[in-house]
Design a protein around this ligand. Structure first.
Ligand code: FES
Length: 218
C-alpha cells in the first residue's frame, strides 16, 4: 500500500508534536514502515518533502538505524540477542535453532514472508538472558525449545503472549505503536520483577546511595 493521503495526514499530525518539525523524522519512518513493512524510496521522498529535508538526509537516518528495513520484513520480526551475556547463556543456540528451522540467516525473510530473523544487539534486558523479541515484544529466558515453540504457535495462528504481558500482534502493528506511542498500550505488561530490581534491593538493604554529583558536593 502506498502512502496515501490518510497516511500523510497522520504524518502531519506527528510533525505537530515537535518544536522543530524535522525531529519527527524517526516516528514518520516508523509510520511508513507500519503501512508497508519496509522503508521504500518513495516513503523517504515523501517524508523529505514534508519536512523540507533532502532525500539524502532522510536516507541517512533510515540507513543508520537498524530498526528501519529497506526490504519487506513480512508478518513477524524475530530478534535474538547474541551479545555477550545472552550469548554466554544460550543466545547463539537459540539463534541457530531458529535459523535452521526457518532456513534463513541474519536479516533474511523466510520464503512465505512470515518471519524475518535478525541477530540483535543488547536489549538492556540482560537480567532475563537469553532474550528473544517478537515484533519487539520481549520473550525472556529463552531456550531453543521455547523459541521454536513460539514460532510454531505463530505459524499456526495461535495467540502468543510476551513473557512480560502483551499479546504479540505483528510487525506492522508494532511499527504503528512506535509512531504513535500514546495508543494506550505503553503501560500494558508487567512491571519490573524481583530479578530486575535485585541491585536496587541490595543497595537499599545496605543503605547504599550514589555518590554526590559535582553540584551537590560543591
Ligand atoms: S546481552 Fe542480551 S539483553 Fe543484554
Amino acid at each position: 500500500m502506498a502512502l496515501d493521503q490518510s497516511v500523510r495526514d497522520q504524518m502531519s499530525d506527528i510533525m505537530t508534536r515537535y518544536p522543530e518539525a524535522r525531529s519527527a523524522v524517526m516516528p514518520m519512518l516508523h509510520l511508513a514502515q507500519s503501512v508497508e513493512d519496509e522503508i521504500t524510496p518513495e516513503a523517504m521522498r515523501v517524508i523529505a518533502d514534508m519536512l523540507g529535508l533532502t532525500a539524502a538526509e532522510v536516507t541517512a537516518v533510515a540507513t543508520f538505524y537498524t530498526m528501519y528495513k529497506r526490504r519487506p520484513v513480512g508478518k513477524h520480526h524475530i530478534g535474538v540477542c547474541t551479545n555477550t551475556l545472552c550469548a554466554m547463556l544460550g543466545g547463539d543456540a537459540v539463534y541457530a535453532a531458529l535459523s535452521e528451522r526457518l532456513g534463513i540467516g541474519h536479516n533474511e525473510r523466510d520464503v512465505d514472508g512470515t518471519f524475518w530473523l535478525e541477530r540483535i544487539e543488547c536489549q538492556a534486558a540482560c537480567t532475563h538472558a537469553p532474550v528473544m523479541t517478537v515484533d519487539w515484544e520481549f520473550m525472556d529466558c529463552q531456550t531453543p525449545t521455547s523459541a521454536l515453540d513460539v514460532i510454531d504457535r505463530l505459524s499456526r495462528g495461535e495467540e502468543v503472549v510476551s513473557t512480560r504481558g502483551p499479546v504479540i500482534r505483528d510487525f506492522q502493528a508494532t511499527e504503528h505503536t512506535l509512531a504513535f506511542p500514546v495508543d494506550g498500550l505503553a503501560g500494558f505488561g508487567g512491571e519490573a520483577d524481583a530479578i530486575m530490581r535485585a541491585g536496587l534491593t541490595v543497595a537499599k538493604e545496605r543503605g547504599m546511595s550514589a555518590p554526590a554529583g559535582p553540584e551537590e558536593s560543591g
